[in-house]
Design a protein around this ligand. Structure first.
Ligand code: FPP
Length: 222
């Protein structure tokens, strides 16, 4: 969801105004995903690197996230959205962690759209955590190191049980993965669009899906 800051700057507004508009865009895209038949939508909301931003901005982002969970959960729940979190969200403020846990358990029975929010997420840290979990199982004699294969690695990642992404969209003209789903996106189609995240809506998602549908995926075969 890149480009909130630039969206605000172009309007001579503070960065928080861009993030606020970014939340609106996220809500629009979650609704659109449901309408367009997208089963799993993952939004990169806060990276392990985002702690490097000024404390004010970090606090604003946490405030927006808290507000989103408190005021938009009913609508999400009513629309069959199941919420899941990836990343070390337990490091966030305890009240926010509680709110997140409640939201995740409340929406767990839903099955129309899975909304995955990446919070305090970094792909490298996730892979390190998975490696540690497997190493502990080897140490405890639960598994042999030779048992470790791609499937076992996948089930030790935060995304365990979720399908790998088919399409990865980065907004705002940047062309980087920025530590996002690097294992899971091994065969994802990558799409880089110039639209700033606050301007990304249903039409943009539909256009991305149309572009995706025209691509030929070979997964390394012929
Ligand atoms: C990228 O724009 C956006 C972020 C780093 C934060 C997005 C997160 C939120 C709006 C809060 C939580 C979200 C949800 C969906 C609950 P940028 O600041 O990097 O923009 P720039 O590159 O133009 O400066």
């Amino acid at each position: 969801m890149d480009g909130n800051g630039r969206w605000a700057k172009r309007r001579l507004l503070p960065r928080i105004a861009g993030h606020r508009k970014g939340i609106e865009a996220a809500k629009t895209v979650v609704r659109a995903a449901g309408d367009l038949g997208v089963e799993v939508l993952t939004l990169y909301a806060f990276s392990t690197e985002n702690w490097r931003r000024p404390a004010d901005e970090v606090s604003d982002l946490m405030g927006l996230l808290r507000h989103f969970i408190v005021s938009d959960l009913d609508e999400l729940a009513a629309n069959g959205v199941r919420l899941r979190i990836i990343g070390e969200y337990n490091a966030l403020q305890p009240d926010l962690v509680d709110l997140i846990d409640q939201a995740v358990s409340r929406t767990a029975p839903n099955n129309k759209t899975t909304l995955v929010i990446a919070l305090n997420y970094g792909s490298q840290a996730e892979i390190v955590r998975a490696a540690r979990r497997l190493a502990e199982q080897v140490r405890d004699g639960v598994i042999e190191s030779s048992d470790i294969d791609e499937q076992m690695m996948e089930s030790a990642l935060d995304t365990a049980g979720l399908p790998p992404p088919d399409l990865l969209i980065r907004t705002s003209g940047e062309q980087r993965l920025s530590n996002f789903l690097m294992w899971q996106a091994a065969y994802a189609e990558l799409m880089f669009v110039d639209t700033l995240w606050p301007d990304f809506g249903k039409a943009e998602l539909a256009a991305a899906l149309e572009d995706y549908a025209a691509r030929e995926r070979r997964f390394g075969g012929l």
